[in-house]
Design a protein around this ligand. Structure first.
Ligand code: SAM
Length: 199
C-alpha cells in the first residue's frame, strides 16, 4: 500500500477510536460548526431527503455520515488514499465523471463543500461535474455548495457555472437564506439550489 494511503488509514483508525470514546477531534471554526451542527442535521431531519452524496473527504469530515443517521449516505473523493475518511459507501472518482458512477435522478441531495477551487478547478471539469450532479439529482433534489470567494479559489464562481443556472435558489437547510458567508477570513460561502420539479 502506498505510504500516503497507509498514513491516512492509520489516522482514520486512531481518529475512529477517539470518536468511539466520544472525543471527536474536529475543526472548531464557525463555518464547520454551522455545517456540522445546523446544516447537515437539518438535511437529515428533512423527510424528503433519503439519499445524500457527500463530495470530498478529509480527516475532519470522517464523521459526516454519522451526522446523517437517518439518511443513506455515499461519499465520493478523487484521491484513493482518502477513502479511509469516506463513509461505508464510498466512490473513488473525479466528480467530473459523476454520471459514470451514480444513477440518473437517484439522489435527494448532494453536498459539495470545499471541492470547487480545491482541485475541481478547470471550467470544463466544473461544468461536467455540476451538470452531472444535476443529472444525478431527483427532481426537487438539493445541491448544497460550499466554496471560497477568495483568490485563487474563486476562479470559477457559481454565477458563471452554466449547469447551476437551471436550478432554483432555495434556503440552505436549517437556515433562512440561500447564500451565506460562513467564515469571513477565507470567505467560505454556502449556497443552496433545488433541481426544478419539471424540466
Ligand atoms: C478542501 S478538501 C474538502 C473536503 C470536504 N468536502 C469538506 O467539507 O471540507 C477538498 C477535497 O476534495 C477533493 N477533490 C478535489 N477535486 C475533486 C474532484 N474533481 N472530484 C472529487 N474530489 C475532489 C480533494 O482531493 C480533497 O480531498
Amino acid at each position: 500500500m502506498p505510504a500516503k494511503a497507509e498514513l491516512y488509514r492509520t489516522a482514520a483508525r486512531v481518529l475512529g477510536t477517539l470518536d468511539k470514546s466520544g472525543w471527536i477531534l474536529r475543526y472548531r471554526y464557525g463555518d464547520r460548526r454551522l455545517l456540522e451542527d445546523v446544516v447537515l442535521p437539518a438535511l437529515d431531519r428533512d423527510d424528503e431527503v433519503a439519499s445524500v452524496l457527500l463530495i470530498g473527504c478529509a480527516w475532519y469530515t470522517r464523521h459526516y455520515p454519522d451526522l446523517l443517521p437517518g439518511t443513506d449516505v455515499t461519499t465520493m473523493e478523487i484521491d484513493p488514499a482518502k477513502a479511509a475518511f469516506g463513509g461505508a459507501q464510498h466512490i473513488v472518482a473525479n466528480m467530473a465523471d459523476i454520471v459514470e458512477h451514480v444513477a440518473p435522478e437517484s439522489l435527494d441531495a448532494i453536498v459539495c463543500n470545499g471541492v470547487l477551487g480545491w482541485g475541481l478547478d478547470q471550467p470544463e471539469a466544473v461544468e461536467s461535474a455540476f451538470a452531472g450532479a444535476v443529472a444525478c439529482l431527483k427532481p426537487g433534489g438539493l445541491f448544497l455548495l460550499g466554496w471560497n470567494d477568495i483568490s485563487p479559489r474563486n476562479a470559477c464562481p457559481p454565477d458563471t457555472i452554466a449547469a447551476l443556472s437551471h436550478l432554483e435558489a432555495v434556503d440552505i437547510p436549517g437556515l433562512q437564506t440561500h447564500s451565506l458567508i460562513a467564515l469571513e477570513r477565507n470567505q467560505h460561502c454556502y449556497q443552496a439550489w433545488r433541481k426544478p420539479l419539471t424540466a
